[in-house]
Design a binder for this molecule. Structure first.
Ligand code: SF4
Length: 445
């Protein structure tokens, strides 16, 4: 055995996929992954650097890992700003940016010699950090947008998409090994393939373009749930909605609108605004009435007046977005928005955040109550604590970030697909009973 490594991963699903790839490579070199710093010879901390609280959390996680093992390699988004980590924790062995797997491996092998030669180790078997029945599939890395509050393009670079055949081969392998929900992720999923000029590649005897619509079309043939996250609000969303109407994609749109005031959106260097967004949402819902929307909003962005904020609240009331996350604006070193005038005081940000969350809770409760009496398809995640009850999710619920449905039923296993009758609701979750299980229509069943 080459040595024992403890691995801590912070941040979003994209960072989780990086962690899966890195762990697979470490295992291929003979390292054992342990869950406790006390048992580890070295720790790797996969950091997040998206907003100031995430930076702080990452620095604290590195501190804990240092206390536990004394030897730490820091990687991930915050690693793209090594001076931040080095200033607080000068004893960290190596600091690398996101997805710099070779540099992490090199740092680890310097301290803990591997069982196998890092250059000749076989292609590692994949590692999954999610349960067997769902998986994140990263289709591209990096971002070509320039939102003024965000430094992801600096941290992760311009967008680099994976060839369609490679993505589809991974999806098919996951389905063959038990995955029943594929969640496609990227910084900007709808931009997938633009950097490749939508080049075609061969998959299963056919040519597939590196284009999101082609991926969705091909994945529909795998017979499992396909969900998209992080869709930038381009007009091309319409074409995705058509795929939802055809039943090829879950009726779930994760579109981070960030605000509704056109003035604030311009300062954020993002398109659209109240009217434009509402028009689009109405059109999407006309095409797919069961559509569930998820969105993020930032409150207290520089220059946000009470009037801008009230426009955002009015937008939420009109749009009735099913799933909303809100963040108080925080400066991120290197972001263009730091130079904008009109800094909003912390207490005003706090007050606006609570007003928004309070309003959204009422909206969510209303939307959830409308589901009572409906029959919805759900996927089973796990048994609940109470006997005879299972935790599941409908199409409106992405794992870990949205609500759940508590299902009364017997003999279910994670990954089962069921038809459920909704019998109750609270502000974010549903309660129901299983009417019957539904078969997956897998191509190789
Ligand atoms: S779309 Fe905007 S917020 Fe999202 S990663 Fe790209 S620059 Fe950042």
């Amino acid at each position: 055995m080459a040595g024992r490594i403890a691995f801590a991963s912070l941040g979003c699903a994209k960072a989780l996929v990086d962690a899966e790839q890195l762990i697979a490579r470490l295992r291929a070199l003979g390292y054992e992954l342990v869950g406790d710093y006390a048992e580890a010879d070295l720790a790797i901390v996969n950091t997040c650097g998206f907003i100031t609280p995430a930076v702080e959390e990452s620095l604290e996680a590195i501190g804990e890992a240092l206390k536990g093992t004394g030897k730490v390699v820091a990687t991930g988004c915050l690693g793209a700003r090594p001076e931040k980590i080095a200033a607080r924790h000068p004893e960290v062995l190596t600091i690398t940016g996101p997805a710099e797997f070779d540099r992490v491996i090199e740092a680890v092998t310097r301290v803990l010699p591997p069982d196998r030669d890092p250059k000749t180790a076989l292609v590692p078997p994949p590692v999954k950090l999610t349960p067997r029945h769902y998986a994140y599939v990263k289709i591209a890395e990096g971002c070509n947008n320039r939102c003024s509050f965000c430094i992801i393009p600096q941290l992760r670079g311009p967008q680099v998409s994976r060839p369609a055949a490679e993505v589809l081969a991974e999806a098919a392998r996951l389905v063959a090994s038990g995955t029943r929900e594929l969640i496609l992720i990227a910084q900007d999923t709808l931009a997938y393939g633009r950097d490749l000029r939508h080049a075609e590649s061969d998959w299963n005897g056919r040519r597939v373009r590196a284009h999101l619509l082609d991926l969705v079309e091909a994945m529909a043939g795998l017979g499992v749930w396909v969900r998209l996250q992080y869709v930038y609000p381009y007009p091309e969303v319409e074409a995705l909605v058509e795929k939802m109407a055809e039943g090829k994609l879950l009726p779930y749109l994760d579109v981070p609108f960030q605000h509704a005031s056109p003035r604030i959106l311009r300062a954020m260097r993002r398109p659209g605004g109240f009217e434009a967004y509402l028009d689009r949402i109405r059109a999407w819902r006309r095409a797919v009435p069961e559509l569930a929307l998820r969105s993020n909003f930032i409150v207290g962005f520089p220059g946000e007046t009470e009037e801008d904020f009230e426009l955002l609240l009015d937008f939420l009331k009109e749009a009735e977005i099913e799933r909303v996350a809100a963040f108080k604006y925080s400066e991120v070193e290197g972001a263009a928005a730091n130079d904008l005038p009109g800094r909003v005081p912390e207490e005003v940000k706090e007050e606006r955040y609570h007003r928004l969350m309070q309003l959204q809770q009422e909206i969510s409760a209303r939307v959830m109550a409308r589901r009572v009496g409906q029959r919805l398809e759900a996927i089973v995640d796990a048994p609940a604590e109470e006997p005879g009850v299972f935790v599941g999710r409908t199409a409106a619920d992405s794992p870990g970030v949205d609500g759940v449905i508590y299902l009364e039923g017997e003999g279910l296993t994670p990954g089962d697909r069921v038809l459920a009758e909704v019998t109750g609701a609270d502000a974010y979750d549903l309660f129901g009973r299983v009417v019957r299980t539904l078969p997956w229509t897998l191509p190789f069943a």
